[in-house]
Design a binder for this molecule. Structure first.
Ligand SMILES: Cc1ncc(COP(=O)(O)O)c(C=O)c1O
Length: 464
C-alpha cells in the first residue's frame, strides 16, 4: 500500500546536533560531530557557544577556526572524573598539545588540572608562556636538539627519553645538572591501525627504545646517579576505536615496571600515551572517554595486584579526543563547477593549508551550511580547496543543501591536527581562531596578514 503520509524532509544540519541523553548529561565529546553547545537559532543559522557562526565570520573574516570552550572543558573533566572513579592511585592527564598548541588552549587545559605533552622547544615555550607549571610539561620527541634539552632542563620539565643518543647526552648533561627527571619511551610491539591492531615482536617504529634493549637501558640508567628515572612511557597510535590494544599495553607496561625493580630503579609513573579515536563521520564508533579510561585502569590495577606491586601514578596523554570535536572551520562558498555526469565541485576559501589531513591521510569530514541549517539535502558535491593542487579536496561527495556563493560552509571536527598542521602553501595567510562560550567570542589566534608572510623573507641587496 502506498503511504499517504507526507514524507518528512530531514533538515540537513540538525542530524549532526548533539542529542541529549535522557539524563541530559554525559555526552562524551569524542562521540559528537558538532560541538556540545551547537544549536540552530531562530534565523535557522548555526550557533556555537551562543555565537551565530555567520556573524562570527562577518566579524572575524573567513576562513575561521571556531573553538567551543564548553566541549574542550567537558572533555578534560570527563578524563579527570573517569580516573577519579576507576583508579585508586594517583593520576595525571596530559594534553597532547601537538593536536593544537597555542596559549589559550594550554591555559584552558591547565586550568582544568591537566598537564601538557610537548614535542619541541616551541611547544615547551608556548606552554610555559601560558603559565603551565613546568613539572607538568612532559617533553617528548625522537630527535631533541641540545638546545631543546637544555631548555627543558633549565625549565625543570620532565624529559621523555626516546633513544640511546639522547640518554647518553642527558647522562653527560647530568654531570653538571644532577637530578634531571626522565621517563623512558619504549616500543611495546603493539601496532595500531584505526580499526585493527597487531602485536609484533619487533616493531618498526622511529619512536622509543627497542624493547629488546630493555635490560641494557635499565642497567645503563642504574649506573647514572645524575639521572632521576621515575617513569615509563609508550604510545601505540592515534584514532583507535578498540580498547584491547590499550589493555594489552597496560599489561605489558606493568611487566616493564617489574623488570625495572631488578635493576634497583624507582619507577613510580606509567604513561600509556594517547590515541582514543573520535567520530568524524556517522560510522566511526570509538569508545567513550569513560570506557577507555576504565579499561586501562582495570588492567593496571589487576596487573599490579597480581604482581604484588604498588600502584604507579597513571598518566595518559590524549590529544584528538580532547580537542577535535570542540573545533570547526567556517569557510565561505565561492565558485561551483559542474561536469555533467561526473561531479560538481564547490570551491571554498581555504583548503589544504588550513586542513592538510584529507590530502595527507585521506581523512573524511562532514559539513553543514551554517546559514541554511533546516534546508533539505539536495545535492552531492565535492568540496574543493583553493590551492593550486588537484588533490586539494576537503570532502568528496558531501551531502549538502543547495548552496549559493557567500554561504558559510562549516566543516566539523577540525579542532585537532588542523591549525597545528597548517601551512602557508600558496602564501595563504593562516586563518584566525576564536574561542566561543556563553555568547562571547574571543580571538585566540590572529589572522595572518600579507606583511606576516614576508616578515621573515630577506631580500639580498644585490637583488633590489
Ligand atoms: C607520544 C604521543 N602521545 C600522544 C599523542 C596523542 O594522540 P591522540 O591525539 O591520538 O590522542 C600522540 C599523537 O600522535 C603521540 O605521538
Amino acid at each position: 500500500m502506498v503511504s499517504t503520509q507526507p514524507v518528512a524532509i530531514q533538515a540537513h544540519g540538525s542530524q549532526y546536533l548533539p542529542q541529549l541523553s535522557s539524563s541530559g548529561i554525559n555526552l562524551s565529546p569524542n562521540l559528537l560531530l558538532l560541538p556540545m553547545s551547537a544549536r540552530v537559532n531562530h534565523h535557522d543559522f548555526l550557533e556555537i557557544g551562543g555565537c551565530d557562526v555567520k556573524t562570527l565570520v562577518e566579524q572575524f573574516d573567513s576562513p575561521l577556526y571556531i573553538l567551543d570552550e564548553q566541549t574542550l572543558r567537558v572533555a578534560c573533566r570527563q578524563y579527570q572524573e573517569a580516573c577519579q572513579k576507576y583508579y585508586k592511585g594517583e593520576f595525571q592527564i596530559l594534553y597532547a598539545s601537538k593536536a593544537w598548541n597555542c596559549l589559550a588552549i594550554c591555559a584552558i587545559v591547565a586550568s582544568e588540572g591537566l598537564g601538557i605533552d610537548v614535542v619541541s622547544g616551541g611547544e615547551i615555550y608556548t606552554a610555559l608562556q601560558a603559565g603551565v607549571s613546568p613539572s607538568k610539561i612532559y617533553f617528548h620527541g625522537n630527535n631533541k636538539s641540545r638546545a631543546e634539552l637544555n631548555l627543558a632542563i633549565e625549565s625543570n620539565c620532565p624529559i621523555v627519553v626516546d633513544n640511546w643518543l639522547e640518554l647518553r647526552t642527558l647522562a653527560e648533561l647530568a654531570t653538571n645538572n644532577p637530578g634531571i627527571r626522565i621517563m623512558l619511551r619504549l616500543t611495546p610491539g603493539i601496532e595500531c591501525h584505526t580499526h585493527e591492531y597487531i602485536r609484533t615482536g619487533n616493531l618498526d617504529s622511529k619512536f622509543g627504545f627497542d624493547i629488546n634493549d630493555l635490560d641494557q637501558v635499565f642497567a645503563f640508567i642504574s649506573q647514572q646517579p645524575g639521572l632521576n628515572c621515575f617513569g615509563l612511557h609508550a604510545h601505540i597510535g592515534s584514532q583507535i576505536f578498540e580498547r584491547q590494544p590499550h589493555r594489552d599495553l597496560a599489561r605489558i607496561m606493568v611487566q616493564w615496571l617489574r623488570e625495572s625493580l631488578k635493576h634497583g630503579l624507582n619507577i613510580t609513573e606509567l604513561n600509556v600515551g594517547g590515541g582514543l579515536g573520535v567520530k568524524y563521520v556517522e560510522s566511526d564508533d570509538p569508545p567513550n572517554i569513560e570506557e577507555w579510561i576504565k579499561a586501562i585502569c582495570e588492567v593496571v590495577q589487576n596487573a599490579c595486584t597480581s604482581e604484588n606491586l604498588p600502584l604507579p601514578k597513571l598518566l595518559c596523554e590524549p590529544g584528538r579526543s580532547l580537542v577535535a570535536t570542540a573545533g570547526v572551520t567556517a569557510y565561505t562558498v565561492g565558485a561551483t563547477k559542474t561536469i555533467p555526469g561526473i561531479r560538481t565541485y564547490l570551491a571554498i576559501d581555504g583548503g589544504m593549508s588550513d586542513n592538510p589531513r584529507p590530502i595527507t591521510y585521506q581523512s573524511v569530514y562532514r559539513a553543514v551550511i551554517a546559514n541554511k541549517m533546516s534546508a533539505p539535502l539536495s545535492q552531492t558535491v565535492t568540496v574543493a580547496g583553493k590551492h593550486c593542487e588537484s588533490g586539494d579536496i576537503l570532502i568528496k561527495d558531501a551531502q549538502l543543501p543547495r548552496t549559493e556563493p557567500g554561504d558559510i560552509l562549516v566543516v566539523m571536527g577540525t579542532g585537532a591536527y588542523n591549525y597545528s598542521m597548517s601551512s602557508n602553501y600558496n602564501r595563504l595567510p593562516r586563518p584566525a581562531a576564536v574561542l566561543v562560550m556563553n555568547g562571547e567570542a574571543n580571538l585566540i589566534l590572529q589572522r595572518e596578514t600579507y606583511q606576516d608572510l614576508v616578515r621573515l623573507d630577506c631580500l639580498p641587496e644585490r637583488l633590489k
